[in-house]
Design a protein around this ligand. Structure first.
Ligand SMILES: [Cu+2]
Length: 155
């Protein structure tokens, strides 16, 4: 029965436990994607916090909103800004790693047309097999929290 098989597949899809960002003691915040010029790759930024007692290693990311994602780091060499590709990023126990416009970023290659204000989903892949689902809003400039220099408001 085609219909029955379809229903089984659908329920299986919904029953697969998705490892939420906080579940593995990995928390992601301040995530956003910079609105790219037309037909250009988009850069994604965030803080990844590792609240566990062991280092975790980010090995990749996926999104339905781009053909693929690479981990990049911007560097100035000989006065020229360049991006190098990183295979992985390790986040030590109880520390966080910041992806920001002057440093590391997720490079969304061949993105679908992105609009300011929309939110896209990015799945972070860790070496342990854990995933973290990140929601990132497409913005022209960093969120307000990023604008300050070390100033954080506590609620
Ligand atoms: Cu890049």
């Amino acid at each position: 029965m085609t219909l029955k098989r379809f229903l089984v597949l659908v329920s299986a899809f919904f029953l697969i436990p998705t490892q939420w960002a906080a579940a593995g003691e990995i928390m992601v915040d301040q995530s956003w994607v910079m609105l790219p010029p037309p037909n250009s790759a988009a850069a994604g930024f965030m803080n990844i916090r590792n609240h566990s007692d062991e280092a975790v290693t980010l090995v990749g990311a996926e999104t339905a909103s781009a053909k693929r994602i690479e981990i990049h780091r911007s560097q100035i060499s000989d006065g020229v800004a360049r991006m190098e590709r990183l295979e992985e990023v390790s986040i030590p126990a109880h520390e966080s790693v910041v992806f920001s416009p002057k440093g590391m970023h997720l490079m969304l290659i061949d993105p679908i047309p992105l609009n300011e204000g929309e939110t896209i989903s990015i799945q972070l892949k860790f070496e342990s097999g854990a995933d973290a689902l990140v929601k990132a809003m497409v913005q022209r400039r960093p969120p307000v929290e990023d604008a300050g220099s070390g100033h954080h408001s506590h609620h």
